[in-house]
Design a protein around this ligand. Structure first.
Ligand code: FMN
Length: 161
C-alpha cells in the first residue's frame, strides 16, 4: 500500500479476530517505529507487553476488543517539563509509525487512554519516571469502522504576513 492510502484507511479497531500476530513481526514494526523523530535522541519510548494475568487486572469493559496482543507504551519523563512534553510528542510519533506499519500489513490497533489511571499504573508496575501514553491492543480486525470525516484542513490553516 502506498503511504497516503495507509494513512487514509487506518482506523482504530475495537473488535478483533482471535488469530495471533507474529511476535517477531510486531517487534520489527516497533524497531522501525523507533526511527521516529525525538529531540536530543532521548528515545523516550518503552513498550510493556501485557500477559493474561496482568490483563485481567486491568478489567477493561470490552477486554480491548479481544485483541490477541496487548501492550502499554510509556514515555520517559526526563528532568524538566519541556523534556517531558517533547518526549510525549516523540512517543506519539512512534505510536503513529507503529500503527501505520501494522495497518499496512492488515493489523489493526486499539488505543485506550486508560493508561493514565492509577489502577493501571499499579497493575503495570510503572515507575514514577514514566508517563503511560496508552494501552494498545493489536490484531487482525473483525470489524473496520467507517472513516470519521475530518474538517477541511483549510479551516485549520493560518497564514501570517
Ligand atoms: C491520545 C489518544 C487517546 C485515545 N484514547 C482512546 C480511548 O481511550 N478509547 C477509544 O476508544 N479511543 C481512543 N483513541 C482513539 C480515537 O478515539 C480515534 O483515533 C478517533 O476516534 C478517530 O478514529 P480513527 O483513528 O479510527 O480515524 C485515542 C486516540 C488518541 C490519539
Amino acid at each position: 500500500m502506498e503511504i497516503e492510502k495507509i494513512i487514509r484507511s487506518r482506523r482504530i479497531i475495537k473488535k478483533f479476530k482471535p488469530d495471533p500476530v507474529d511476535q517477531d513481526l510486531l517487534v520489527s514494526w516497533l524497531q522501525t517505529a523507533s526511527m521516529a523523530p525525538n529531540h536530543k535522541m532521548t528515545e523516550p519510548w518503552k513498550i510493556v507487553f501485557i500477559g493474561s494475568e496482568t490483563r485481567a487486572k486491568l478489567n477493561h469493559k470490552t477486554n480491548f476488543g479481544h485483541a490477541p496482543v496487548l501492550f502499554a507504551v510509556l514515555s520517559h519523563k526526563g528532568s524538566t517539563q519541556v523534556i517531558r512534553d517533547e518526549n510525549m510528542v516523540a512517543v506519539s510519533c512512534f505510536v503513529q509509525n507503529f500503527m501505520l506499519l501494522a495497518w499496512s500489513a492488515g493489523v489493526g490497533v486499539f488505543w485506550s487512554s486508560l493508561g493514565v489511571s492509577a489502577l493501571v499504573r499499579t497493575a503495570l508496575n510503572v515507575s514514577d519516571d514514566y508517563d503511560v501514553i496508552g494501552i494498545f491492543g493489536a490484531g487482525y480486525p473483525d470489524e473496520v469502522p467507517e472513516a470519521k470525516m475530518r474538517t477541511d484542513i483549510d479551516a485549520k490553516i493560518q497564514y501570517l504576513a
